[in-house]
Every structure is written in structure tokens, then in C-alpha cells.
Write a protein that binds this ligand. Structure first.
Ligand code: ADE
Ligand code: ZN
Length: 339
């Protein structure tokens, strides 16, 4: 990075399409909620917790992440969690956020679904007024919990159908292929929900192709290794299936050795609808603006590249055409004014 000197074009108006609200929780809030709710955690203090933010792979992160989520109990906790994300996102110039949440994890921790949905929607329902950010929720199935649990979760969320715009698939990728979720995704599609899924975060291009074939997704979350298969690249381009990359997360989780190894420049060169998001700011190194800055500094992405990425974020968003046009206009004006 360049010592904190932001380039004039690395904080564009943007949509953030790959953000887990739970992964936006910071260590201070984790420790405070642990004390407030009487949920013990095995950390000496906040500094000790922070020192553990060093992961060799996705599973090491998920183990710590899921342990930390045991502190979330009440509607107020979920309101605070969502508000914490919004506070950071507004500083990163996010105009639109399509936000993942892991309902199965919270219900498994004994949280009432009313508290979960009440807290999140109280914060996100008012996000336009409170923070000037348009938001919607995407419920992720936890792929390691299996098929039956996903079906049960979809049934349980149906009374809240109007509070979510789509479903996704996250958690442990290897060993839990898309074939487990074909039917539950068909059910979600029949409900008119948008379909996205994590694929190719640790798995190869074959898992991404299978996920597209079986789950009929409109966006691939991560897709780090898609460039290895020319047929897949062709398919992503012709069908304009978006790839929501999270460059700093990929480095933090050891998916790629360094930022300079990220395939994002090749994705853009091949005409893919690639976007940039944070995945989880406190865990992976910063908000979406920090990701834009880092790909400028360490991956050589130019002003034109970042302009295209910011445009892509709105092209790939699940939004009305009038909103898309307005936000694309804002992006173009930002880059016209930037040096
Ligand atoms: N849950 C939170 N962050 C995740 C990630 N990067 N991959 C899969 N599941 C997640
Ligand atoms: Zn993710």
C-alpha cells in the first residue's frame, strides 16, 4: 500500500454485493457482547482476540468466526451488528449493499428468528434514512449443515419472505458440492428469490461450472480460479454472470499468496462482470474502499479499471433500472471529476 495516501479515484460510489453482516463485527463489539450476554469466550482480552486474526485457510477463519458469533443473542445485538456495518459502509462510499446473513448459525445458537429478523430489518429497513445507503438482505445457507437443514431454513424464513431478496450459499466449500442444494435452490427460485452462491473460493473452476449448471445462479461469489477454464470464462462472459471478488479476503485466507497474484485484471480483460467487495472488513483488512485502494497500489489497477469495477457493481446489483441509471450516472460523474 502507499502509506495511506488515497488515490483520487479509489473511493468511488459503489455497490457492495459480497458482504457477510456477521463478518462486519469488530473485536470491541465481540468482547462487549460477550460480557453483556454472559457468553464466555476463550480470549484474555480484545488484544488477544485481535492477535488471532491470522488465518491459513477458510476453515481456520470460519472456526473463529462461528465461535465469535455465539455472543449475538438479542434483537438489539443484531441491530447493533447491522448498524456497525452501515457506519463503515457509509465511510467507504457504499450506495447500495446486498447483505448476506447466516440464519442457520444464529438459530443454532438459540436466537429467536424474530430477534434476528427484527434487529436486522430495523437497521437495514431504515438504512436509506439513517445512512443514505440502499440495502437488501440475502440469506445464505450454511453448506456444511447439509440439504435437510437448508430446506428447513427456507421453510422457516418464509414468513419473512418480503424481507429478503435472495438466497446464497456460504461456509466450508470443499466436500459440500452444489448438488446438495439443487432442490432447495429450485424452491427459492419458485419463490421469486434471486440466486447467488459462493463457489471457487477454495475449489476449482469445475465447482463453479457445476454451481452455475445446478443452481442457476446469477452471481458467483469469489470465483478466484475461474480463469483456469476457458469454457467457463466464455460462459461467464456470454451470460454475464457476475463474479463478486474480495481481493483482501482472498489474501487473508491464503486463497492467493499475494494481492499481485489476483486474477481480477485478467477477468476484466476477458470482459467478465467482475466486482469488488470486502467480505468482512474487520477480519480481512478493510472496507470496500480499502480494497479498491489496494488493487490500485498492489495490482496496478488503473483509474479506468476502477471506473469499470464500480460500474460493474451496479450492473450486477439486484436493483430497478431507474436506480441503476442514477447510480451509474453518479459513478461516471465521480470519475469525470477525479484526477
Ligand atoms: N462466511 C463468512 N465469510 C465467508 C467466506 N469468505 N466464505 C465462506 N463463508 C463465509
Ligand atoms: Zn463471502
Amino acid at each position: 500500500m502507499n502509506g495511506g495516501n488515497s488515490a483520487a479515484f479509489t473511493r468511488p460510489p459503489t455497490a457492495e454485493l459480497h458482504i457477510h453482516v456477521e463478518a462486519a463485527i469488530d473485536p470491541t463489539h465481540i468482547m462487549a457482547m460477550s460480557r453483556k450476554n454472559g457468553v464466555p469466550l476463550p480470549y484474555l482480552d480484545e488484544a488477544d482476540l485481535r492477535s488471532r486474526y491470522a488465518f491459513r485457510n477458510l476453515q481456520e477463519f470460519l472456526n473463529l468466526h462461528y465461535l465469535n458469533l455465539t455472543v449475538l443473542k438479542t434483537e438489539e445485538d443484531f441491530f447493533q451488528l447491522a448498524t456497525g456495518y452501515l457506519d463503515g459502509a457509509v465511510g467507504a462510499n457504499v450506495r447500495r449493499a446486498e447483505i448476506f446473513f447466516d440464519a442457520q448459525i444464529h438459530l443454532g445458537n438459540g436466537v429467536q428468528i424474530e430477534a434476528l429478523m427484527g434487529g436486522l430489518t430495523a437497521a437495514f429497513g431504515a438504512s436509506q434514512e439513517s445512512h443514505g445507503i440502499s440495502t437488501d438482505l440475502i440469506m445464505c445457507f450454511s453448506r456444511d449443515l447439509g440439504t435437510q437443514a437448508a430446506h428447513e431454513m427456507l421453510t422457516l424464513i418464509m414468513p419473512y419472505r418480503d424481507r429478503i431478496i435472495g438466497v446464497g450459499l456460504d461456509s466450508t466449500e470443499i466436500g459440500f458440492g452444489p448438488e446438495l442444494y439443487t432442490e432447495v435452490y429450485a424452491r427459492a427460485a419458485a419463490e421469486g428469490l434471486h440466486l447467488v452462491a459462493h463457489a471457487g473460493e477454495e475449489g476449482g473452476p469445475d465447482t463453479v461450472m457445476a454451481t452455475i449448471d445446478l443452481l442457476h445462479i446469477k452471481r458467483v461469489d469469489h470465483g478466484v480460479r475461474v480463469m483456469e477454464d476457458p469454457k467457463l470464462v466464455e460462459r461467464l462472459r456470454t451470460e454475464q454472470i457476475a463474479v463478486t471478488t474480495c481481493p483482501l479476503s482472498n489474501v487473508a485466507l491464503g486463497t492467493i499468496p499475494t494481492l499481485a497474484d489476483h486474477p481480477l485484471p485478467r477477468m476484466l480483460a476477458e470482459g467478465l462482470l467482475a466486482t469488488v467487495s470486502s467480505d468482512g472488513p474487520p477480519y480481512f483488512g478493510g472496507n470496500v474502499d480499502v480494497n479498491y485502494q489496494a488493487i490500485h497500489d498492489e495490482l496496478g489497477m488503473t483509474k479506468n479499471d476502477i471506473h469499470l469495477l464500480a460500474r460493474n457493481s451496479f450492473e450486477a446489483a439486484f436493483i430497478a433500472p431507474t436506480d441503476r441509471d442514477r447510480w451509474l450516472g453518479e459513478v461516471d460523474a465521480y470519475f469525470a471529476a477525479a484526477e
